[in-house]
Ligand binder design. Structure first.
Ligand code: NAP
Length: 312
């Protein structure tokens, strides 16, 4: 085991890197773990995004991966050490805190958790079987494979609208299947999707099974939940866009989580139930979920950690 770190940051999205920029500039020499288990690349959800137009300071917009590369470089510029390994366990019951990867064990006076959130799946038959063979939760990653095809997007929120609109760059037709007759998405994103001639909507309908020929998805079994009428819906692809789940499995029993599994922090702070453990980004936020809010709460976590360390 190496010497005790001042602060370990777990996560490499906007929250983690912003925490690192602040901690590094406070000369805390932070050690940051960038996980690879979620989609294979560090950088968080923006790695799965194309154009980002709402991150302040970039009036022309930029690509999600480009933005994350900038975050990373800025964190490194001030001396953040980055380890490309998933954290597989923590022990916050003892001091210094313990953070483990599959091959190493580290100790730290303070820990900042910025592990984010990930997509939720429908959980219907065939969905898992055809993942990567028609079924996806990431239009940015897989849209390219559906050139000239007909794809379905499930969901009625901003993610579903964003995915549908993006998919029209490739697909011939995009059908949004939503379980109610009203979208949850913001008005501007609804309007954009509805004005797109390639996007059609099927209301009050749920997907009950993903159908395939053994190698690829060929369609969906659907049910109209007002008439109970079932039917088969031919489609080449299914993009599931029904929300997110926080990445907190390794923190169960270590810090207080809410009913949905998000880390609970004290109001207007990043303080978790364990003094010395702070959290920021989507892992504490099921309301705003924006890169800029994640960066903001990552900054808060770093400032809180710095204050806490100086009080030891
Ligand atoms: P969301 O707003 O929670 O919407 C999830 C949608 O999926 C809802 O329409 C929900 O239906 C549906 N759904 C949930 N479980 C389902 C199931 N088992 N079967 C079928 N449908 C199901 O999630 P989101 O769209 O991922 O957005 C999350 C947050 O990120 C929001 O705050 C959103 O504003 C934000 N966001 C912003 C942008 C942007 O501004 N660029 C882009 C993406 C996301 P009901 O409506 O019936 O509940």
């Amino acid at each position: 085991m190496s010497s005790v770190e001042n602060v370990i940051i777990i996560g490499s999205g906007p929250a983690g890197y912003t925490a690192a920029v602040y901690a590094a500039r406070a000369e805390l020499a932070p050690l940051l773990f960038e996980g690879r288990s979620l989609g294979g690349s560090p950088g968080g959800q923006l790695m799965l995004t194309t154009e980002v137009e709402n991150y302040p300071g970039f009036p022309e917009g930029l690509l999600g991966p480009e933005l994350m590369e900038n975050f990373r470089k800025q964190a490194q510029r001030f001396g953040t050490r980055i380890v490309s390994e998933d954290v597989v366990g923590v022990d916050f019951s003892r001091r210094p805190f313990v953070v483990k990867t599959a091959s190493t064990t580290h100790e730290a006076q303070a820990v900042i958790v910025c592990t984010g959130a990930q997509a939720v799946w429908l959980g219907v038959a065939g969905e898992r079987e055809y993942q990567g063979h028609g079924v996806s939760a990431c239009a940015t990653c897989d849209g390219f494979f559906f050139k000239g095809k007909h794809v379905v997007v499930v969901g009625g929120g901003d993610s579903a609208m964003e995915e549908s609109t993006f998919l029209t760059k490739f697909a011939e037709k995009v059908t949004v299947i939503h379980r109610r007759a009203e979208l949850r998405a913001s008005k501007i994103m609804q309007a954009r999707a509805m004005a797109n001639p390639k996007i059609a909507f099927v209301w009050n309908t749920e997907v009950t099974e993903v159908l395939g020929d053994g190698t690829r998805m060929t369609g969906l079994k659907i049910v109209n939940n007002t008439t109970n009428e079932t039917s088969e819906f031919p489609a080449d692809g299914l993009f599931v866009a029904i929300g997110y789940q926080p990445n907190t499995a390794i923190f169960e029993g270590q810090v207080r989580l809410d009913a949905k599994g998000y880390i609970v922090v004290e109001p207007y702070s990043s303080r978790t139930s364990v003094p010395g453990v702070f959290a920021g980004g989507d892992v504490i936020d099921h309301v705003y979920r924006q890169a800029v809010t994640a960066a903001g709460t990552g900054c808060m976590a770093s400032l809180d950690a710095e204050r806490w360390l100086s009080s030891l």
